[in-house]
Design a protein around this ligand. Structure first.
Ligand code: DAH
Length: 342
C-alpha cells in the first residue's frame, strides 16, 4: 500500500511538471484530487485496513494531496506568467567570457619591433627556408669554413641552387642582411628582421626552433658609437631606465670588429647577485659589418659603413623580471598555469 501511494505521488508530480497548458492542469486536478480521483479511491480503502495501519496511511495520503495541490499551483503560475512576460533582470551580474591572449613570445616580438620602429628601423621578414649563400657565403663564411660548424644547421634534402647552393633552415637572422642589401640597393638601411631560426640543439637553454632579431644599419659615416647608443637605447626601453649594455671584443666572420653584447642584470643593476653572478647577462653578438659582406650585398665599402647585431628573442625575454623560468622549453609547453600569467 505504501509503495502504491508513493508511486501515485511520483506519477502525479511528473505529469504536472510536464503539462503544457492550464487545461491540462485542470484535468490532472480532477484525475488526482476529484471526487472519484485516485486519492479519494485510496481514502475510501482506509476503513478496511488494520487498525494500526490506518493513521500512518492516512498521513501519507494527506501528504500526497498537499504535494499535488502545491505542484498544481506552482505549475499554473509558471505556465501563465511565462506566456505573458518574458523578462530579465538587468541588475544580475553578467558572465565574463574567457578571453585568450597572445603568447608571451609574440608579445615580446611586438615590443621589440616597436622599440626599433620608433627610432626609424623597418621591420622585414625573410625566408625561414633559405639558401646557403644568404646564411653563410654572403656572410663571409665560404664553403667548408670551420666557423659554419657553430650554427649546427639543418639541411633540406633538395637539389642545390646553381648560384645559392644548398637549401637550409635558416640558422640565424643574419641571413636577412644580404637580402636587405639586395632589396634596398642604395643605403640608408635600417632593418629589424625578427624570425624563427633553427639549429640542431635541444636542452634546458636551447630549442631546435627559436627566434632571433637582427638589426642592420648602413649609411655614410656609421661607427661603433652608433651601435653602442642603439643597444643602450634598447636596454633602457626593454628592461627599464636603469639598464645598460656592455660590449666585449669577440670574433664573428661577418663583422669586424666584432663584439659580444651583455645587458646589466635587472635584479642587481650590474653589482652581481645570485641570478647573474657577474652583474651581466650575455645576449648575443654585434659588430661593424665586414667589407666582404657589404660587397656581397652590392654595397661599396669605401662609401658606406654599417653595424649589425643579432640576439635570441627568448634569451632576451627571459632576463626580464617576472618571466622567471630556467628552462626555455617551458615557453613552448602547453602548461596554461604558466602561460596565462602573461
Ligand atoms: N648571427 C649570430 C648568431 O646567430 C649573432 C650575430 C653576431 C649577429 C654578430 C650579428 C652580428 O648581426 O653582428 O650567433
Amino acid at each position: 500500500m505504501e509503495e502504491q501511494i508513493q508511486n501515485l505521488k511520483n506519477q502525479a508530480l511528473a505529469q504536472i511538471i510536464s503539462s503544457e497548458t492550464p487545461e491540462d492542469l485542470e484535468s490532472l486536478r480532477v484525475t488526482y484530487l476529484g471526487r472519484n480521483g485516485h486519492i479519494n479511491k485510496i481514502v475510501e480503502k482506509i476503513p478496511t485496513l488494520e487498525l494500526q495501519q490506518r493513521a500512518a496511511i492516512g498521513r501519507m495520503v494527506n501528504d500526497v494531496r498537499v504535494a499535488v495541490e502545491e505542484a498544481l499551483r506552482s505549475q499554473y503560475i509558471d505556465l501563465t506568467t511565462q506566456q505573458k512576460t518574458e523578462w530579465f533582470d538587468p541588475t544580475v551580474p553578467g558572465i565574463i567570457p574567457k578571453i585568450g591572449h597572445l603568447h608571451l613570445i609574440t608579445q615580446a616580438i611586438e615590443e621589440i619591433s616597436e622599440i626599433f620602429q620608433r627610432i626609424g628601423f623597418v621591420r622585414v621578414r625573410y625566408p625561414e627556408v633559405e639558401w646557403d649563400w644568404f646564411a653563410f657565403e654572403a656572410l663571409n663564411m665560404p664553403k667548408n669554413h670551420p666557423a659554419r660548424d657553430e650554427w649546427e644547421t639543418f639541411f633540406v634534402d633538395t637539389p642545390s641552387h646553381l648560384r645559392y647552393g644548398q637549401m637550409v633552415l635558416t640558422p640565424h637572422t643574419s641571413s636577412g642582411q644580404p637580402r636587405e642589401m639586395q632589396r634596398v640597393k642604395v643605403p640608408p638601411i635600417r632593418m629589424i628582421n625578427i624570425a624563427k631560426t633553427y639549429r640542431r640543439q635541444f636542452d634546458q637553454t636551447h630549442a631546435p626552433m627559436f627566434h632571433q632579431f637582427e638589426g642592420l644599419v648602413i649609411d655614410k659615416g656609421i661607427n661603433i658609437t652608433h651601435l653602442k647608443g642603439t643597444i643602450d637605447h634598447f636596454a633602457r626601453q626593454f628592461y627599464g631606465p636603469g639598464a645598460v649594455s656592455r660590449i666585449r671584443p669577440f670574433h664573428f666572420r661577418f663583422t669586424e670588429p666584432s663584439f659580444e653584447v651583455d645587458f646589466s642584470c635587472v635584479h642587481c643593476m650590474g653589482k652581481g647577485c645570485k641570478f647573474c653572478k657577474s652583474g651581466w647577462h650575455e645576449v648575443g653578438g654585434a659588430g661593424m659589418v665586414h667589407p666582404n659582406v657589404l660587397r656581397a650585398g652590392g654595397i661599396d665599402p669605401k662609401k658606406y659603413t654599417g653595424f649589425a647585431f643579432g640576439w635570441g628573442v627568448e634569451r632576451t625575454l627571459l632576463l626580464k623580471p617576472g618571466v622567471n623560468i630556467n628552462d626555455i622549453r617551458t615557453l613552448y609547453g602547453t602548461d596554461l598555469r604558466y602561460l596565462k600569467q602573461f
